[in-house]
Design a protein around this ligand. Structure first.
Ligand SMILES: Cc1cc2nc3c(=O)[nH]c(=O)nc-3n(C[C@H](O)[C@H](O)[C@H](O)COP(=O)(O)OP(=O)(O)OC[C@H]3O[C@@H](n4cnc5c(N)ncnc54)[C@H](O)[C@@H]3O)c2cc1C
Length: 376
């Protein structure tokens, strides 16, 4: 027996949940198929930084809209997702790094973005009293912050189900066929038929597209995270460093969450990721360089999460390049958490109007295919 929907969303990470929620709110019948369980991969492994700071300029318009949505996330999903607008700060350790941050701030102003402000050493010390005295300044995005990833997953799932989305876990899509004007998706638990498909399969976005014959060059990331024992509260903003792979924050529970893009290993065929402890120790050293007082803090947990990485580190958002009624939203390359609310709204525009007023041209899948042809 096959089940019918207007739209099938493949992938039960946060982008799949947000797309399903927004499409259901636009009045369509939506089924979401997840191969494992909701939040199994990047969305359950994320540091959940809500960051416009340092974004690629092409992403900035949708990132700023997403930031507005985070500031009213409770209206959207009925829970605050643990979001706190604690700000994000990128610190400079010498004059050359400060110069690079100044250039970035000026370019942002020229482009009409007012989210990032340059601050000097004195203001930085007020913001980060525990930071090393050698820091010379920073770029500060005061409206940025961080959320609680698992609370966010629970909230988006509950909101999607309340709006009628049918969520099926342990349901892996392994074959996709065109049948007249519809798509038939064969899964590990029977067939589903729908008019449109939304590809939110994360690291498996290209493997899914290959099922309808679309070839997409896509790389892989296995970003690693460290969590420490609980400490007395000493830090509000999320801190990154201009010259180091570092992202450093203190949660409401007091633990430190340290990442910054250091890479472990991943195997998408067996859906597993592995921590590289030698590489991870660089993250710990970077944290101590910026916050010397954490040198003796005990690490309690570490992990790596699997995510897709595109050549230009921009996501793929938009129509399939080769088949009708298929829409992509994957390839967030390590910084897709912030974009979750707005990308769902974009996917609802695309399935209901076959277009959107938002600026998504830089995210067209064709650019990856063209880059591959030019490189070849
Ligand atoms: C360690 C780490 C730290 C991060 N920190 C940040 C941060 O601080 N700020 C930020 O903005 N971003 C961050 N990110 C990135 C962010 O978390 C991701 O961009 C985002 O979660 C991606 O969500 P997604 O829904 O696209 O992918 P995923 O959550 O990976 O979901 C994709 C889902 O698709 C399912 N799937 C795949 N193939 C199939 C199939 N054939 N059938 C059915 N289901 C299928 C998978 O099982 C998976 O659950 C981080 C990522 C990692 C790994």
């Amino acid at each position: 027996m096959s089940r019918c929907s207007d739209v099938i969303v493949v992938g039960g990470g946060l982008h799949g949940l947000s797309a399903a929620l927004h499409i259901a709110r636009a009045g369509l019948k939506v089924t979401l198929l997840e191969a494992a369980w909701i939040g199994r991969h990047a969305s359950g492994a994320t540091a959940a930084g809500v960051r416009t700071l340092g974004r690629a300029w092409q992403e900035m318009p949708i990132a700023l809209e997403a930031m507005d949505m985070w500031h009213r996330i409770e209206e959207i999903v009925g829970d605050d997702c643990g979001f706190s607008a604690s700000g994000q700060v990128r610190v400079a350790e010498d004059d050359a790094q400060m110069h690079a941050l100044r250039m970035r701030a000026e370019e942002g102003r020229r482009r009409g973005f007012g989210n990032e402000q340059l601050i000097g050493a004195e203001l930085l010390r007020e913001l980060l009293p525990a930071a090393s005295p050698h820091l010379v300044g920073a770029l500060h995005a005061p409206a940025d912050g961080a959320a609680d990833p698992h609370r966010t997953i629970r909230a988006f799932r509950a909101a999607a189900e309340a709006d009628g989305v049918c969520i099926l876990e342990y349901t892996a899509v392994h074959e996709v066929r065109r049948e007249g004007a519809a798509w038939r998706l064969s899964t590990s638990r029977g067939d589903h038929v729908a008019g449109q498909i939304v590809n939110c399969a994360g690291a498996w976005g290209a493997k899914l597209a290959a099922l309808w014959g679309e070839e997409i060059p896509l790389g892989l990331k296995a970003s690693m995270m460290i969590v420490t024992e609980r400490l007395y509260p000493f830090l509000r903003p999320v801190v990154s460093a201009q010259g180091r792979a570092l992202s450093f924050k203190q949660t409401a529970q007091g633990t430190l969450v340290i990442g910054g893009g250091l890479q472990g290993k991943a195997d998408i065929d067996v859906q597993k990721s592995f921590v590289d402890f030698a590489e991870l120790s660089k993250g710990a050293r970077a944290a101590v360089a910026v916050f010397p007082g954490v040198a003796d803090v005990r690490i309690t947990r570490s992990w790596a999460g699997i995510e897709a990485r595109t050549e230009d580190l921009l996501p793929v958002i938009g129509p399939s390049a080769t088949v009708p009624d298929v829409w992509h939203a994957f390839g967030f390359s390590g910084h897709g958490f912030e974009l979750i609310p707005v990308v769902g709204a974009i996917m609802a525009d695309l399935v209901t109007q076959a277009g959107t007023a938002r600026e998504i041209a830089p995210f067209a899948v064709e650019r990856l295919r063209e880059a591959r042809v030019q490189a070849g």
